[in-house]
Design a protein around this ligand. Structure first.
Ligand code: SF4
Length: 254
C-alpha cells in the first residue's frame, strides 16, 4: 500500500523564509518566534495597498490626477503600531514615494495586465502554494511585446539582491499556471528610491523552482530544517541570540 503524504499549504513568503534559512523558518513557524513588532511595521503593506488601489483604477478604465492620487494615499495609509508623530512622518514619505512612482509610470499604466493577482499552485503530492503577484505589465522591447512581472519593495532593500530571491521566480511559475503563458522578465521596483532592476526569465527556470518547492515541502515534512549560517544572514537575523552557539556568534555576528 502506498502511504499518502500529509497535505501541506505554503505561501510565497513562507517559502522565501525557508529558502533564506530553514532553521529560522522552523523557529518561527513551528515554535512561534516571530519577528518582534516595530513601530514602523506595516509601512511596506500600506504603500503596497496604495499602489494597488491606483493600479485598480487604471485596470477599471479610469485615470487619475496627482491630487486624486494624494487622496488615495491619505485614505489608504494606516500604520497600526506607530505613534501619531511617526505616522505623520511616514505618511509624508509615502506621499513623496507614491507621487514619484505615479509621475514616472502613469503613461505606462495602460499596459497593466494584472494587479494584485491571487495565485494558487497545486504542485501535486498534497503540496499547495498560494500568494499574490503585485503587478504584471506588457512592455514593448525591440518591437516585440514582452510580459514583465513586477514586485514592489520599500525601505532600504537592495533591488539587485531581491532579484536573486526565489520568491520572484515563484511568481514566474504562478503566472504560467494562471495564464498558460510564460513571463519574459522579472522586475524589482523599490518604491522608496525608484530604483529598479530586472532579469530575463530563462528557459527551465519555472521547472527549477517547481523542483525547489517540492524539495522544500519534502524537507519540511521530514523536519529537516538545518541552519544556513553566513555572516550576511546571521548578523542581521532577529533570532541569532537564540539560535547560535558562542562559537557561531564569534564567526557570524561579532
Ligand atoms: S542566526 Fe543564522 S542560522 Fe540562525 S536562524 Fe538566523 S539566519 Fe538561520
Amino acid at each position: 500500500m502506498v502511504e499518502e503524504e500529509s497535505a501541506i499549504s505554503l505561501n510565497f513568503s513562507i517559502l522565501q523564509d525557508f529558502f533564506d534559512c530553514a532553521y529560522r523558518f522552523k523557529l518561527s513557524m513551528f515554535y512561534g518566534f516571530v519577528q518582534p513588532i516595530a513601530a514602523a511595521m506595516g509601512y511596506g503593506n500600506a504603500v503596497h495597498n496604495i499602489v494597488r488601489n491606483i493600479h485598480k483604477k487604471y485596470l477599471d478604465g479610469e485615470s487619475l490626477t496627482s491630487e486624486e492620487v494624494q487622496s488615495i494615499v491619505e485614505e489608504t495609509f494606516f500604520l497600526p503600531y506607530a505613534n501619531s508623530k511617526m505616522e505623520q512622518n511616514m505618511l509624508a514619505s509615502a506621499k513623496k514615494s507614491v507621487d514619484s512612482y505615479f509621475q514616472k509610470n502613469k503613461e505606462d499604466f495602460k499596459n497593466i495586465e494584472m494587479a494584485e493577482a491571487d495565485i494558487e499552485l497545486d504542485m501535486g503530492d498534497g503540496i499547495k502554494v498560494n500568494g499574490r503577484i503585485d503587478l504584471v505589465k506588457r512592455r514593448e522591447i525591440s518591437g516585440e511585446e514582452k510580459i514583465t512581472i513586477v514586485d514592489f519593495k520599500t525601505a532600504d532593500r537592495d533591488v539587485t539582491e531581491c532579484l536573486e530571491a526565489e520568491q520572484l521566480r515563484i511568481y514566474a511559475l504562478g503566472y504560467q499556471e494562471l495564464t498558460g503563458k510564460s513571463a519574459d522578465y522579472l522586475e524589482i521596483l523599490n518604491l522608496d528610491n525608484a530604483e529598479s532592476d530586472r532579469v530575463r526569465v530563462t528557459e527551465g527556470l519555472t521547472e527549477t523552482i517547481a523542483q525547489d518547492i517540492r524539495n522544500a515541502a519534502k524537507n519540511i515534512r521530514a523536519n529537516k530544517l538545518d541552519k544556513k549560517c553566513s555572516k550576511e544572514k546571521c548578523s542581521t537575523c532577529y533570532l541569532n541570540y537564540l539560535c547560535l552557539s558562542k562559537e557561531e556568534k564569534k564567526t557570524y555576528v561579532e
